[in-house]
Design a protein around this ligand. Structure first.
Ligand SMILES: Nc1nc2c(ncn2[C@@H]2O[C@H](COP(=O)(O)OP(=O)(O)O)[C@@H](O)[C@H]2O)c(=O)[nH]1
Ligand SMILES: [Mg+2]
Ligand SMILES: [Zn+2]
Length: 352
């Protein structure tokens, strides 16, 4: 069997069983070589402008190399080619796409342009440095739980990443059914700190359904993602709060036969009440990469009133004389635990 790319050449199709002249064969060969060498450019040439409809609005559901699944305004998912001029395209991008008159290699249209992003979620990539994986996310649910272990240090790491991306964070304490009385005091004290500095906090249980309704109400008209360490209950919460997505996500992330894409490709799930969830294992582990020190400092929103007021401009906010952050923590204006976590994050950078 020939790969699908060989089955069509501009104006001809093998299906019609027409004999090719020498000239046509040569052209076909040249074309094919061009395609192999510069695949993106070559695929562009298979779309003539005349066969394409007017630009339409769409949303990227998933991207697979040179192709993307686009959610149309009628709510259908169509597989499209991506124009060479469209350099970056990720799940959540708003695009202009054009419908094709005829089906070309199973593709139903072309993505022609991307709207500027409101936000970007990135993850480190060995080859490209930071690589965007999702666009236009407007809220991140940072999931934590008493089992395996409650850690405000990990929450702080995620919050720094959310602040850097400019995306609102909601802290979700899952598995409240497992919270013992001794743990509850400490955990709620820590969660109160986050509420006081302006983060929303919800206590839920995917097992007993505690708080699931209020969690669900937070999805309306927002573009959300779930992040958090393995085992905190992200999958369980998605299943409990958005039961309509359960089958879809299970089929895509755990199913076989979809190739290596399944582990990394993010996907857009439209929600019945408006809004969407973007999900992928890659996204769920978002945030644990290394930012420069000043970005980490800025990622602590409660530090903002003090930044620039330390005695020394290069203050490390440890035992430097005249440190405004340390003074604020000593006087109880700033949470000492947050300052300690800040230093732990900085120290962990130094080790790498
Ligand atoms: N007791 C209790 N266990 C939960 C709750 N949510 C999830 N779990 C369990 O925690 C484990 C990890 O959950 P999972 O959803 O796979 O976590 P993920 O790795 O973050 O996706 C599973 O054994 C779940 O059954 C909860 O609210 N209460
Ligand atoms: Mg999971
Ligand atoms: Zn300082």
């Amino acid at each position: 069997m020939l790969p699908p790319m060989l089955l069509s050449i501009k104006g001809y199709s093998v299906g019609q069983k027409r004999k090719l002249t020498k000239g046509q064969q040569r052209r076909m060969q040249v074309n094919q070589e061009k395609r192999l060498a510069r695949r993106q450019e070559a695929t562009d040439t298979t779309w003539s402008d005349a066969s394409l409809g007017e630009p339409e609005f769409g949303r990227i559901v998933s991207r697979f190399g040179q192709h993307a699944d686009v959610l149309t305004e009628e709510g259908l998912v169509v597989r499209c080619n991506i124009r060479r001029t469209v350099v970056a395209l990720v799940t959540g991008d708003r695009v202009a796409w054009r419908r094709s008159g005829e089906l070309e290699q199973g593709l139903q249209g072309v993505v022609e342009a991307v709207e500027p992003r409101e936000s970007e979620l990135c993850r480190p990539d060995i080859y490209d440095g930071l690589k965007p994986v999702a666009a236009n996310v407007d809220q991140i649910f940072v999931v934590t739980s008493p089992q395996p272990a409650f850690s405000d240090q990990i929450i702080d790491r995620y919050l720094v990443a959310c602040e850097d991306a400019g995306i609102e964070a909601v802290i979700v304490l899952n598995k409240v059914d497992l919270l013992t009385d001794e743990e509850a005091t400490h955990v709620r004290e820590r969660l109160k700190v986050y509420q006081e500095i302006g983060y929303r906090v919800v206590e839920v249980s995917a097992h007993t359904n505690t708080g699931i309704e209020s969690l669900r109400s937070m999805f309306v008209d927002r573009i959300s993602v779930f992040v958090g360490q393995s085992g905190v209950g992200k999958s369980s919460l998605i299943q409990a709060a958005l039961p309509e997505l359960e089958l879809l996500i299970g089929a895509i992330s755990e199913g076989s036969g979809l190739g290596q894409h399944t582990t990394t490709v993010a996907r857009w799930y439209p929600l019945a009440g408006g809004g969407a969830l973007i999900d992928s294992p890659g996204i769920r582990e978002f945030g644990l990469w290394h930012l420069p020190v000043d970005k980490i400092t800025e990622g602590f929103r409660d530090f903002h009133p003090y930044l620039g007021t330390c005695k020394f401009r290069d203050c490390t906010h440890r035992d430097d004389p005249g440190c405004a952050l340390r003074t604020a923590a000593e006087e109880g204006e700033l949470d000492a635990g947050r300052l300690a976590n800040y230093h732990r994050i900085i120290d962990s950078l130094d080790k790498n």
